[in-house]
Design a protein around this ligand. Structure first.
Ligand SMILES: Nc1ncnc2c1ncn2[C@@H]1O[C@H](COP(=O)(O)OP(=O)(O)OP(=O)(O)O)[C@@H](O)[C@H]1O
Length: 253
């Protein structure tokens, strides 16, 4: 059996002494597309940031590709797209430049880009439907297109694992569809995905498993739960699965 891509065992995380996650265990194997769901502030981002070592565990362990996270060095195997474009959104970089920066971990900062780097950037731009905007400053793009640029940057590094924090939040329908297509191609090529989502929308058919974070733990790990309550009404696109022991109102926005 191949080793898990991600293994969190009894992980705990807190901020300033305040616990956010307690005793969380999660295994993601190659080829899975795992959605992390849960209410606002439940700790979804904290979970994926802990997986990547961006916040420290106060207990438990994380293993990446079979190696303890603290000894893991092959970060080029992982592409990460954070929730928001950080400060720097006003930088006059072009779409191509931002996407090309996703090659740095692979080629090293001192070596000029070669044909393989350029080909990977072109492929990533096409995958997210932004090839025709390659020369445009990122700042002139819509929010959804900027988000797609970041996804292309992660794809350009040719990772084996993509970790995405709310990739479709506040993103227009065209960008959501383009992203779903890029993700489908990535998975068809053998990639593994861990993503935080609020609304699955066009991603829903791609998700192989859902984990729901609630009250510091994982209260569901299995098929994408059906929307319940008013979320099941026509026209309501939210997928807020309900844990068995919790009132419906908790999931309301
Ligand atoms: N850097 C930080 N310092 C202190 N508290 C934090 C920090 N980051 C998150 N928190 C707190 O930890 C809790 C979990 O936050 P987290 O961002 O992981 O939740 P989330 O489920 O991703 O939320 P959302 O759906 O709103 O993005 C929240 O109460 C949040 O305020």
């Amino acid at each position: 059996m191949t080793e898990p891509v991600i293994q969190v065992e009894h992980g705990a995380v807190g901020y300033d002494g305040r616990p956010v996650l307690r005793d969380v265990s999660l295994t993601v194997t190659a080829g899975e597309v795992v959605a992390v769901l849960g209410a606002n502030g439940s700790g979804k981002s904290t979970l994926i940031r802990a997986v990547l070592g961006l916040v420290p565990l106060t207990a438990g362990s994380v293993t990446l590709f079979g190696r303890p996270q603290r000894r893991f060095r092959q970060w080029e195997r992982i592409g990460y797209v954070p929730q928001r474009l950080g400060a720097g959104g006003g930088v006059p970089a072009t779409v191509r430049e931002v996407v090309a920066s996703g090659r740095l971990a692979r080629r090293g900062i001192l070596r000029p880009p070669g044909a393989a780097d350029r080909a990977a950037v072109d492929t990533a731009l096409r995958a997210v439907g932004l090839a025709d905007r390659a020369g445009d400053p990122v700042a002139t793009l819509s929010g959804g297109q900027q988000q797609r640029t970041l996804i292309a940057r992660a794809l350009a590094g040719q990772p084996e694992l993509l970790v995405l924090d709310e990739p479709t939040a506040g993103v227009d329908a065209t960008s959501q569809d383009a992203f779903a297509g890029a993700l489908r191609d990535f998975v068809a090529g053998g990639g593994t995905v861990l993503l935080v989502a609020h609304e699955l929308g066009p991603l829903r058919p791609l998700i192989s498993r859902a984990v729901v974070v609630h009250a510091g733990g994982i209260c569901h790990d299995g098929p994408v739960p059906d929307p319940a309550g008013h979320h099941a009404e026509p026209g309501h696109d939210h997928v807020h699965p309900h844990c068995p022991d919790e009132p419906v109102g908790l999931w309301s926005n």
